[in-house]
Design a protein around this ligand. Structure first.
Ligand SMILES: Nc1nc2c(ncn2[C@@H]2O[C@H](COP(=O)(O)OP(=O)(O)OP(=O)(O)O)[C@@H](O)[C@H]2O)c(=O)[nH]1
Ligand SMILES: [Mg+2]
Ligand SMILES: [Zn+2]
Length: 290
């Protein structure tokens, strides 16, 4: 058996990068049934006739459902002025990444066609939340900063269709290896150009191009009270609420988080979306357990 890394998968055929080069491997019966092989998985392959088969999937350090990848260190959340960003989606990706021990980083792409205020407002909303990098696949703005975040690591790109994930990868690799697509004129939505995740190696980093998505759910068993643990910018205030660790920062009196929102220390937009997400989770939890 030789070990390798799954760099792409189409149906049940996988490209596996091994010490002997990239080989095409098929999933063995049970693994195929489980459908449990993802791009980013470390696997063992065995030669079987002309082909290779994946005989083993090694334990993962983490795994995401959207994008469907394993063993990543950094998740670049890509937004652009067009298609219009869904910041609720951004906030959910941040929670999902942090739950899995993955560092989220926000990339504001297409700055070449963005209003200055769009970039400024987004940077200000997310300033104390995560690293924000303004970039453009066209002008290559801050290409170095993106590289700095990926050195020696595995990173995935995540976000809506047509925000420019594949274009950014082409910028980073200096090639045109990734197919890119436009926006549908009628709906101003993406065309879902990328259909499979794929790992590319760029200056000592592994970066995964992924399929765009616009829907994301938090796990079924997510406790609403735990949502706040993934809002790093609330942390400096949370201990000062009247109900300390018991405060959800929604309706409680003498809430230091709400005060910080009022005085502009915490982004109002982020806080309002937190409330919406909390209420959604709460509703689901009640239906399920009461
Ligand atoms: N002006 C401008 N256009 C860009 C930039 N980056 C990407 N685009 C355009 O945006 C469109 C979508 O780009 P893609 O790279 O295919 O987007 P994607 O996020 O990979 O989309 P999916 O694969 O569908 O998820 C293409 O027409 C690109 O040329 C940019 O920085 N500036
Ligand atoms: Mg793409
Ligand atoms: Zn509070």
């Amino acid at each position: 058996m030789i070990d390798g890394l799954v760099i792409k998968g189409v149906a049940s055929r996988y490209k596996v990068d091994t010490a002997d080069g990239i080989v095409t491997s098929y999933a063995r019966g049970k693994l195929k049934i489980d459908g449990e092989i993802r791009v980013g998985d470390k696997v063992g392959v065995e030669k079987q006739g002309k082909d290779f088969v994946i005989a083993k999937v090694y334990e993962r350090k983490n795994a995401l459902i959207r994008p469907y990848v394993a063993n990543v260190d950094v998740c670049f959340i890509v937004i652009a002025p067009v298609p219009a960003p869904d910041f609720m989606l951004v906030d959910k990706i941040i929670v999902n990444a942090r739950m899995n021990g993955i560092e989220p980083v926000l990339l504001i792409n297409k700055t070449d066609i963005a209003d200055e205020s769009f970039v400024k407002c987004t940077e200000s909303d997310y300033r104390d939340v995560l690293d924000v990098i303004a970039t453009s696949a066209k002008t290559k703005l801050n290409k170095d900063k993106i590289f700095e975040k990926t050195k020696g690591k595995t990173a995935c790109l995540a976000g809506q269709s047509a925000v420019g994930k594949s274009s950014l990868l082409n910028m980073l690799t200096g090639t045109e290896s990734q197919e890119t697509g436009g926006l549908s004129k009628k709906t101003e939505r993406g065309k879902h150009t990328t259909r499979q995740s794929e790992i590319l190696v760029v200056s000592g980093a592994r970066i995964i191009d992924t399929c765009g998505f616009s829907m994301l759910e938090l796990p079924e068993n997510f406790r609403p009270q735990e949502l706040v643990y993934f809002y790093d910018e609330f942390a400096p205030y949370a201990g000062k609420c009247r109900f300390r660790t018991g405060c959800t920062h929604i309706k409680e009196p003498d809430c230091a988080v709400k005060d910080a929102v009022e005085s502009g220390k915490i982004s109002k937009n982020r806080y309002e979306r937190y409330c919406v997400l909390y209420n959604e989770l709460n509703e689901k939890w009640r239906k399920r357990y009461e």
